[in-house]
Ligand binder design. Structure first.
Ligand code: NAI
Ligand code: XMP
Ligand code: K
Length: 499
């Protein structure tokens, strides 16, 4: 909508805002409203993760060991986003996570427990049921199910499983989506059913309760499916020689996209890794990063990157800017890199620093195609780890991949290897509050993002980017007082409940 001339001169276009030598964060800037001529529900958030990978929502889970494993991957893909499985594990284990996620079409993964009929059960664990197979592993035929309640009622808990297991239930194909699993259970009047893959491997045990819980969440959108008809699953790799072998494992497991995971991606190591990956697996999309400048982006795009991950030091657990004095304010970084990358048709992932839906809107309107999140997702049920109590609050652990603890767990080679003998952390270990399932809070967050887009007058990511480049979209810097005013203020007490 073209308004009168004085309106166009209100606020700053992004070109001018970001040409002042100031590093701006999301909170530093505000977007001026535009003209609304469509309902919020009409906003289309579909996008691309990388050159050849479409998503229906712009959300990506970060490759961190307290964020992205099988549960996060299937839930994100079910919502239309994607997760990148972390590489802080041996290559075989990382590939097994990718396989587990790709083996199913339901939005959750429960990692079932298996027994053989001859086993005894010393401790049942938290699950309500365990599967009994001929060999006691997922690789053989299901012969029964043991219910925790039956086990708890045993006079002799030393009895063999075969003595009290329930008969083998009917199995459903692992390729069934939630709707099909629901009809399968309802049709057979079943409480639970094992999901079995084409190769006979037992993938999961789905219960009526699981299905009902998920049906209580907002309706799932268009899932992210690859050319193989399975969920789109991404995985991270490093830049060591050994990562070439990791890459091979991941490709064999069906990984749709890899992210070369470095804090400073503009290195000879990464450029060589991107070239290697692109020449060995031309069908695989390779995302490079992290970068925050045009010069960095230029090198990675030249090396063949199909996507760029942007952000250095902006993450909630990051101490890189403090430790190394290097990085950039995230709003500036996203705008600068995206302005360059768009001319090469390379989508940008705004990585780190997302703590609310407003940050997502800002990242996207500044040119990003997706946002990558760590802390925003780490308190969900889909994140790895168990909930604990901290000062009466239910929390989950969340840690930086450059924290001493994460480095000691697995990524030693990258830190302690050849040249770097002394370990210096660039991240912290912390905890985040329980947020429930991403299957609930991500749809609400996307609705909030749609409302932000509506206020701007952008009915899609493409239209937001057009408004940005044509300088119709106007910004201003928020003073400290403006930021305080923009938050809740002047109240004695309040409760913040968003949905
Ligand atoms: N986005 C951010 O701001 C940051 C992210 N992180 C995260 O922490 C983790 C570790 O990141 P980095 O420390 O950047 O890991 P990295 O593996 O890229 O680099 C670690 C060190 O190893 C060196 N190196 C890498 N490949 C090499 C090779 N082939 N030969 C010799 N030396 C080589 C690097 O130059 C660097 O000194 C990642 O998960 C990353 O995403 C860490 C810090 C900041
Ligand atoms: O300086 C850092 N030290 C670390 O130990 C570390 N671990 C992760 N990351 C980066 O932070 C992003 C997640 O950030 P959020 O929690 O803000 O979403 C992630 O996606 C990463 O880009 C780190 N940065
Ligand atoms: K930080």
């Amino acid at each position: 909508m073209n308004g009168p001339r004085y309106e166009l001169e209100d606020g700053f276009p992004a070109t001018r805002l970001f040409a002042q030598g100031v590093s701006y964060t999301y909170d530093d800037v505000i977007v001026l409203p535009g003209y609304i001529d469509f309902p919020a529900d009409a906003v289309n958030l579909s996008t691309r993760l990388s050159r050849r990978l479409p998503l229906s929502i712009p959300c990506v889970a970060s490759p961190m060991d307290t964020v992205s494993e099988a549960s996060m991957s299937v839930a994100m893909a079910s919502l239309g986003g994607a997760a990148i499985v972390h590489c802080n594990a041996p290559p075989e284990d990382q590939a097994a996570i990718v396989r587990a996620a790709k083996a199913r079409r339901i939005p959750f993964a429960t990692d079932p427990v298996f027994f053989s009929p001859f086993d005894t059960v010393p401790d049942f664990g938290p699950a309500a049921y365990a599967l009994v197979t001929e060999s006691g592993t997922c690789k053989s035929r299901v012969v029964g199910v043991v219910a925790k309640s039956d086990w708890e009622g045993l006079a002799d808990r030393g009895a063999a499983v075969s003595e009290y297991m329930r008969p083998a239930p009917a199995s459903a194909p692992a390729s069934y989506d939630l709707e099909k699993v629901a009809s399968f259970l309802a049709g057979g009047g079943l409480e639970y059913a094992p999901l079995v893959a084409e190769d006979g491997q037992v993938v999961d045990l789905v219960t009526k309760g699981d299905v009902e819980r998920i049906k209580g969440f907002p309706r799932l959108g268009v899932p992210s499916l690859g050319p193989d008809g399975r969920f789109v699953i991404g995985a991270a790799i490093g830049t060591r020689e050994t990562d070439k072998e990791r890459l091979e494992h991941l490709v064999k497991a069906g990984t749709n996209v890899v992210v070369v995971d470095s804090s400073q991606g503009n290195s000879i190591y990464q450029i060589e890794m991107i070239k290697h990956a692109k020449s060995t697996y031309p069908e695989l999309d390779v995302i490079g990063g992290n970068v925050v400048t045009i010069a960095q982006a230029q090198n990675l795009i030249k090396a063949g990157a199909d996507g760029l991950r942007v952000g250095m030091g902006s993450g909630s657990i990051c101490t890189t800017q403090e430790v190394c004095a290097v990085g950039r304010g995230q709003a500036t970084a996203v705008y600068k890199v995206a302005s360059f990358a768009k001319d090469h048709d390379v989508p940008v992932i705004a990585d780190g620093g997302i703590s609310n839906s407003g940050h997502i809107v800002k990242a996207l309107v500044l040119g990003a195609s997706t946002v990558m999140m760590g802390s925003f997702l780490a308190g969900s049920g889909e994140a790895p780890g168990v909930y604990e109590y901290l000062n009466g609050r239910r929390v989950k652990k969340y840690r930086g991949m450059g924290s001493l603890e994460a480095m000691t767990k697995g990524s030693d080679a990258r830190y302690l290897g050849d040249t770097l003998k002394l370990k210096v952390a660039q991240g912290v270990v912390g905890a985040v509050a329980d947020k429930g399932s991403i299957l609930k809070f991500i749809p609400y967050t996307m609705q909030a993002v749609k409302q932000g887009f509506q206020d701007l007058g952008a009915s899609s990511l493409e239209s937001a980017h057009d408004l940005l480049r044509s300088e119709v979209l106007r910004f201003e810097v928020r003073t400290g007082a403006a930021q305080a005013e923009g938050g809740v203020h002047g109240l004695v007490s309040y409760e913040k409940k968003s949905f």
